[in-house]
Ligand binder design. Structure first.
Ligand SMILES: NC(=O)c1ccc[n+]([C@@H]2O[C@H](COP(=O)([O-])OP(=O)(O)OC[C@H]3O[C@@H](n4cnc5c(N)ncnc54)[C@H](O)[C@@H]3O)[C@@H](O)[C@H]2O)c1
Length: 441
């Protein structure tokens, strides 16, 4: 099929590359000239495992290209995906400016019948609202379909290539059948393709993200309670995770969820609730609790080092909102960095993939280290904020030697209590009692 993808961020680029890889001809469009120039040179603009190889290959075989010219990109397309951003407004509602602009521009550019697929995460009712507007602008039939994306950053290519399910929200069977055909190569394992009305498809996406955010927050709060009761949450997690009505995933306590989805999608669903006069008290509480979560580690740091951190230096390992991505949007590590800096501390930071994105946000206000141990030099303590595998089995003697004092604040419970006790660290983690440090065994 001839496909156009508008918006080449985390979702659009992965979608375009994977659809090209299954044999389609794909044109990816973005308004960001610099991004498109890099992609035209065959350079991936994001870090995602497996993406660079597929990008290079599909450009080479002539199935994938990039442009800033929406009109020419839409001219021959049978299907146009909209994968532009839907950032939060101040009141929590999703800002649909980019989606609306794109949908109308595609309608105006259409030279024949086409299917317009909304892949961006949009509130319930968006496809219904856009369908007549698009029809008014287009000289040819434009069928609006909702197709929310469930890929996870860090395994986006694998998730796109083997989705657990595909959800297609369509007003008419013909458009649904075309999109279903497009996805069939990816569900050879018989994972379901669900065809539902567009508002249901839009709702499924928000409910999925909100439910996962709720599980993380549940784990965070129960872990705190476990800590207060002298119980190791990890034992509890294994105990409840073995119950197949509950399951083990998304029950890891930490400094809170981040990224470009959960922190905006939970408030957006709450906003829909308020508009419809339905009380989503659980989700309102989830959002509030997540905002508080990084303060647990910061409070521990305040008790240890006092209110003023002038003259102190802290090392931060991991700033991406989760491992295997370079995305630092809404990353809890940033809350930690911001608060430590506000109280006067200097920050030395390492991340295997996200330093370039962090530098865009902080410029020369931080010291960026290409190597984890370099970040420790002369620091008063180490904060571990992302559970990259790189940090799982470090050289603890080297950490002790580099730090001014052997203090670790572990925001992801990467290390075991036994390990920390053995190495004599003063150790603060989530939902576990602090260790006061000792001479290493
Ligand atoms: N990131 C994820 O893990 C994920 C997963 C599922 C769904 N989503 C949803 O997918 C959507 C996109 O998310 P993302 O993380 O890929 O965003 P992103 O910010 O990484 O990418 C959006 C891209 O759209 C471009 N853009 C904006 N306006 C444009 C326009 N008018 N024309 C062409 N390009 C335009 C931007 O320049 C940017 O490159 C959001 O609604 C998000 O909620 C994201």
């Amino acid at each position: 099929m001839r496909i156009t993808v508008v918006g080449t961020g985390y979702v659009g680029l992965v979608t375009g590359v994977c659809l090209a890889d299954s044999g389609n001809h794909v044109v990816c469009v973005d308004v960001d000239d610099a991004k498109i120039a890099r992609l035209q040179r065959g350079e991936s603009t994001i870090f995602e495992p497996g993406l660079q190889d597929l990008l290079s290959y599909n450009i080479r075989v002539g199935r994938l290209c990039f442009t800033t010219d929406l009109e020419s990109a839409v001219r021959d397309a049978q299907v146009v995906f909209v994968a532009v951003g839907t950032p939060p407004r101040a009141d929590g509602d999703a800002d649909l400016t980019h989606v609306d602009q794109t949908a109308l521009a595609v309608a105006r550019a259409a030279r024949h019948e086409l299917i317009l697929v909304i892949k961006s995460t949009v509130p319930v009712g968006t496809a219904e609202r856009l369908a007549p507007l698009v029809r008014q602008q287009a000289a040819h039939p434009v069928h609006v379909v909702s197709n929310p994306e469930f890929l996870k950053e860090g395994s986006a290519v694998a998730d796109f290539q083997r989705p657990g399910r595909v959800v297609i929200g369509a007003f008419d069977d013909r458009a649904a059948a075309v999109i279903k055909e497009l996805y069939e190569p990816f569900v050879r394992n018989n994972n379901p393709i669900l065809i539902v009305p567009p508002p249901a498809a839009e709702m499924i996406k928000y409910v999925a993200n909100s439910y996962l955010a709720m599980r993380i927050t549940f784990a965070n709060q129960i872990a705190e309670l476990c800590g207060a009761c002298g119980v190791d949450f990890d034992d509890v997690r294994r105990g409840i995770g073995a119950d197949n009505r509950i399951g083990i995933d998304f029950l890891y306590p930490g400094i809170g969820y981040g990224g470009s989805c959960f922190p905006k999608d939970v408030p957006a669903l709450c906003h829909v609730g308020r508009r419809k006069n339905v009380q989503l008290t659980i989700l309102e509480a989830v959002h509030k609790a997540n905002e508080r979560q990084p303060t647990l580690l910061l409070d521990a740091a305040r008790s240890r080092f006092g209110d003023s951190l002038h003259g102190r230096t802290f090392a931060v390992w991991g700033v991406a909102f989760k491992p295997r991505t370079d995305d630092v949007r809404e990353a809890p590590a940033r809350r930690i960095i911001d608060e430590l800096r506000t109280r006067g501390a200097a920050i030395r930071v390492h991340d295997p993939k996200a330093l370039a994105n962090l530098r865009e946000a902080y410029g020369d206000q931080l010291v960026y280290c290409e190597e984890p141990y370099e970040a420790l030099a002369g620091a008063d303590a180490l904060f571990v904020c992302t559970e990259w595998t790189d940090y799982r089995s470090p050289d603890f003697d080297r950490i002790r030697a580099a730090l001014r004092q052997p203090v670790i604040f572990d925001g992801r419970n990467v290390y075991s209590m036994a390990q920390m006790r053995r190495h004599g660290f003063e150790y603060y983690s989530i939902g576990r009692p602090p260790l006061r440090g000792s001479t290493p065994a």
